[in-house]
Design a protein around this ligand. Structure first.
Ligand code: AMP
Length: 284
């Protein structure tokens, strides 16, 4: 496994790989890696392709400065995990490399309503930052396939939109959410939970499951949503949203909508750690 910190070194290496007829599969991350990230790499390795994992904590996608400052960093462990999992190339640039002269010099994209609803509403500007960094990474890596986790569902839609509007050749591959034994979606931010917080964090998953279990009876979602919010609060979480939305447009539904492809999406705070999760609603 090789690690590159500069764009020019990475490009040179990838150009040589392409000249040898290799495809490039890409997994963008912010580090503090866990089995969820590694599952994307494992999927990417199924092709006969060079796998590139980037580690870059992108400042422009953090609407909350404290969240950025406290974002975990476990570089040495990340490198070991990636090497053990068979990654070929790690791209580990600094901020100046990605935003020379500042982020104002790097293109931002418009995603319309998709960047303003749900996560976009609660984290204003977040998806502008995501689009900016992923656009830049796509320029640099020019992958054949791009591997993303369903855990960040709205981000998957945003990036698919980005790839389409840029006309990139990359195929977007969305991989299932990897969970802890109690159902908690693996996340770098879980490292910031205290033992007591970690013990109740699986409640978010339980709510997703119960919303699924009670699906199919129109008129019920308001009741189920309220129950979930109460359970979350009872366990010491502060729900930000518990919603149903169209799986393609993220139009928010007030109620179960039989016949519509629906996602259940939840965001909740535990202390100052904000956790998100989602599940596709299977027809009842
Ligand atoms: P992050 O480092 O949080 O920016 O995540 C990098 C990529 O890993 C994104 O595509 C995430 O959706 C994905 N990812 C994060 N957590 C998980 C998980 N628990 N299961 C699957 N993919 C994940």
């Amino acid at each position: 496994m090789v690690v590159f910190k500069t764009i020019s070194d990475l490009r040179k290496y990838l150009d040589n790989c392409r000249a040898d007829g290799k495809a490039v599969n890409f997994i963008p991350t912010m580090g503090a890696l866990h089995k969820g990230h590694i599952s994307l790499l494992t999927e990417a390795r199924k092709d006969d392709a060079i796998t590139v994992t980037s580690i870059f904590v992108n400042p422009t996608q953090f609407n909350d400065k404290q969240d950025f400052i406290k974002y975990p960093s476990t570089y040495d462990k990340d490198i070991t995990l990636l090497a053990d999992a068979g990654c070929d190339v790690v791209f580990y640039p600094g901020v100046e490399e990605m935003y020379p002269g500042g982020s104002d010099n790097v293109k931002v994209y418009d995603f319309g309503e998709l960047e303003r609803v749900i996560e976009g509403y609660y984290r204003p500007g977040h998806f502008k930052g995501v689009g900016q960094i992923v656009g830049r990474l796509l320029d640099i890596v020019a992958p054949d396939k791009l591997f993303l986790g369903q855990k960040d569902y709205q981000q998957c839609l945003i990036i698919a939109h980005l790839v389409a509007q840029r006309g990139d050749k990359a195929q977007v591959v969305i991989c299932p959410t990897v969970r802890e034994d109690d159902g908690l979606a693996m996340s770098s931010r879980n490292l910031r939970l205290t033992n007591a917080q970690r013990a109740v964090a699986g409640t978010i998953y339980q709510c997703l499951v119960s919303i699924q279990a009670k699906a199919g009876i129109p008129g019920d979602f308001a009741v189920v949503k309220k129950e979930c919010e109460e359970i979350l609060m009872h366990k010491g979480l502060r729900p930000e949203y518990v919603i149903l939305a169209d799986a393609d447009t993220l139009e928010v539904f007030e109620d179960y909508m039989p016949g519509r492809n629906t996602m259940i999406l939840i965001a909740a705070f535990l202390g100052d750690v904000r956790l998100i999760d989602n599940m596709r609603l299977e027809a009842a």
